[in-house]
Write a protein of this length. Sequence first.
Length: 192
Amino acid sequence: AGERGTSAGEQGTSAGEHRTPAGERGTSAGEQGTSAGEHRTPAGERGTSAGEQGTSAGEHRTPAGERGTSAGEHRTPAGERGTSAGEHRTPAGERGTSAGERGTSARKRGTSAGEHRTPAGERGTSAGEHRTPAGKWGTSAGEHRTPAGEHRTPAGKWGTSAGEQGTSAGEHRTPAGEHRTPAGKWGTSAGE
């Protein structure tokens, strides 16, 4: 019929998206893809496969509707918020590094840019990155961010804590730009 698309007669777009038989634009589950590679769930929510809502700044909403900030801050299980310098609060509400250390003073001295020092005296960067006790670049979750903001796992692979390369929308991309699902299949976060 001259349509561009899959063997199911779905129509592909120039961005590699396709339309379902119902004319919806997105994945075979009827989710709607956006220009940022985000998708909509069957309920129309925009975000990841967990139904979290992504924003233009790569922020996300938790199942409870809480929102991350544009500075990559996060909320602890108690709902406490990290600071713009990538610091976080421990369960006791202290502000500091992944080791639960606090603030400045002594050898753990902060800089005017809000950086902080690890027990070994290493310094975080102005992008809010910090060094783990082993001196690796990383976040409090043990992921490693490069200056370009990419993630490295403890094993040194590009990607999320699962070893995949994630985008700000929570999708998983391999170094070649392909997608892997949590199960390791090639495709989108919906398992396609």
